[in-house]
Design a binder for this molecule. Structure first.
Ligand code: AMP
Length: 278
């Protein structure tokens, strides 16, 4: 496995139709499962081995002014070792000047129509998806992947990326990866390391509420169940909703649904979601 930081080194790999896993580092088993999935996709693509590229870049443009960009964990050495164990061929870990060269204006694509305005993450993190689309489009232009794997953990992001790929008419298959959880059900996240033991226990209320929602028979009842569970635990969610799984607008019984919760526990904003009905 090689670690590359420059566009010159990356160009040699991007001509080989890589399978791509973009990350912000501080890797955990959730990221590792995406890399393993990329590895299976690369093998399934025929006799040729397509390189698996993992990018590690904490993208400043997707953080708001009062968000945790400066305290976001950075653990490059351990991340490189994890990528190697998971079967990656290349880690692309560019410095910020390579991603956003001074004086160059890096295109921010027009936000896709789908999934960007359902008043979920878009409402609580204004500008976030503009930054995500900017960095992912830039990475796609540099890495030139044939396939890219994104986690279902960030469900709205996954739908936004799919919509962006359609809008920009990119020939890239977006492959979803299932959410990896701790044995007790907590969705793995790079930010979980900031939870105290008590906060971690409290954080489990979120998956408990989502699972209780899956047993409800209507979307309204499911939302009520989620809100009551969270309220009982003292968590005031940013949202606890059942929505259309693709557009994230109102739920419609004839289409797939998704239950999504985001709430703050201590200083950490936790996100999770499950299929609805289960
Ligand atoms: P991040 O480094 O947090 O930006 O995440 C990089 C990729 O890993 C995104 O596609 C996330 O959705 C995905 N991811 C994060 N947490 C998990 C998890 N627990 N299980 C599976 N994928 C995840």
């Amino acid at each position: 496995m090689v670690v590359v930081t420059s566009l010159r080194e990356l160009a040699e790999i991007s001509s080989l139709s890589p399978v791509f896993v973009p990350t912000m580092g501080a890797l955990h088993e959730g990221h590792v499962s995406l890399v393993r999935q990329a590895s299976r996709l690369a093998d399934a693509s025929g006799s040729r081995h397509y390189p698996i590229v993992v990018s590690i870049f904490v993208n400043p443009t997707q953080f708001g002014p009062n968000e945790d960009f400066s305290r976001y964990p950075r653990t490059l050495e351990a991340d490189v070792a994890a990528c190697e164990r998971a079967g990656a061929d290349v880690v692309f870990a560019p410095p910020v000047e390579v991603m956003y060269p001074p004086g160059d204006s890096i295109r921010t694509p027009a936000l896709p129509q789908v999934a960007t305005e359902p008043t979920l993450e878009d409402a609580f993190r204004p500008g976030h998806f503009a930054g995500v689309c900017q960095v992912v489009l830039r990475l796609f232009e540099l890495v030139k992947p044939s396939k890219a794997v994104f986690g279902e953990k960030d469900w709205q992001q996954l739908q936004v990326i799919r919509a962006m790929v359609m809008q920009e008419q990119l020939n890239i298959e977006i492959v979803p990866g299932e959410t990896v959880r701790e044995p007790d059900g907590l969705a793995m996240s790079s930010r979980n390391r900031f939870l105290s033991n008590d906060e971690r226990r409290l954080g489990l209320t979120i998956i408990g509420a989502l699972r209780a929602a899956q047993r409800a028979s209507t979307a309204n009842e499911a939302e009520h169940v989620m809100r009551s569970r969270l309220e009982e635990a003292g968590i005031r969610p940013d949202y606890a909703v059942v929505r259309d799984a693709e557009t994230l607008m109102s739920y419609d019984r004839s289409r797939a649904g998704r239950a999504l919760i985001t709430g703050r526990v201590g200083s950490v904003r936790l996100l999770d979601n499950v299929a609805w009905p289960g």
